[in-house]
Design a protein around this ligand. Sequence first.
Ligand code: SAM
Length: 324
Amino acid sequence: MKLKICWPESRDGTCPGAIATLSTHLGVGWNKRKAGADCGQPRFARFWAGSNNGNANPDCLMTTASELSVAEYFARLASSYGAGEYYRKRRAAALTEIERRLGKIESLLDLGCGNGTYLSGFREAIDPKFLVGADLSFRMAQEASRRRVTSAIVVADATLLPFRSTSFRAIFCSHVLQFVADLARCVAEISRCLAPAGTFIIAGGEFGVGERLKTLLGEVRWGALRAELPRPRNARTRHSLGDYQNAAQRAGLSVEPQGVDFTVSCADLAEFYRVRWLPLCESSAQVTLGGVLDELVSERGSESFQMNESLLFCQQSRPTVTSS
Ligand SMILES: C[S@@+](CC[C@H](N)C(=O)[O-])C[C@H]1O[C@@H](n2cnc3c(N)ncnc32)[C@H](O)[C@@H]1O
């Protein structure tokens, strides 16, 4: 299987070569009338002509994480995001439920795929003929492509998707929507790209890890730790599960919530915090955070807890539309 990363090599408003490559690629073993890059469409030209897609400076090593755009912020996590037991167990629980509900499907888009940990899981569990990853961060997309499990990896903004209408049987978004400023537009785009009777799956929305750690650490240590956790500068309001549900319903999707349980140890939780936050912290904060987590592991490392990952299964019911 040929692998491509497609990203905005041309910003002059013309159709970039990389996207033409994607379009060609989609023609291989795939119905071009149903799926493909909308190269000729104004919406697409506008996207690639955008002056800042958030990847202007993927390294930004001298900048504090809270001053970074969403794409730059996640670029710093590209090599580590999703590693460790906490993430592995959470993914396994979600994948089991998704596989149970979807069975074998022909096409799946992992939107905001990060470095592709879920893509590998989808390849193993569902093995869609056409598996695509898309992410705002070029670095993340680059890491995802190294897994060599997809038909294509695309750098794209979830609010302006470079796919033809009705392209995918399923679209998956795990812990992405809280970083998307225009939720309504994003969900409308997803709904557009879903095939009739296709499923949009949202993972994440309620944030149990922080509450769990707060209980374990107590107010004072939790307060010290929390103060050190940077968020990207242009991340807007953190949406709730209810917001996602409303946005999906407004886009014409019917929604069924489903929580999945998984069990982690206190050491797993501490590892999660190291993986997710340490690469973003300045060195002094790394020392504070590392110290608090070391204490936690030595005090209560082997205790285990049941955690819950929220899933929303959003079903497309509109009739087939003819894609342009
Ligand atoms: C918390 S990570 C989750 C990664 C992956 N979905 C997972 O669960 O392992 C969020 C990802 O969403 C991507 N992202 C954030 N905003 C986005 C947007 N507007 N369009 C596409 N991707 C976006 C980030 O670059 C990052 O890779």
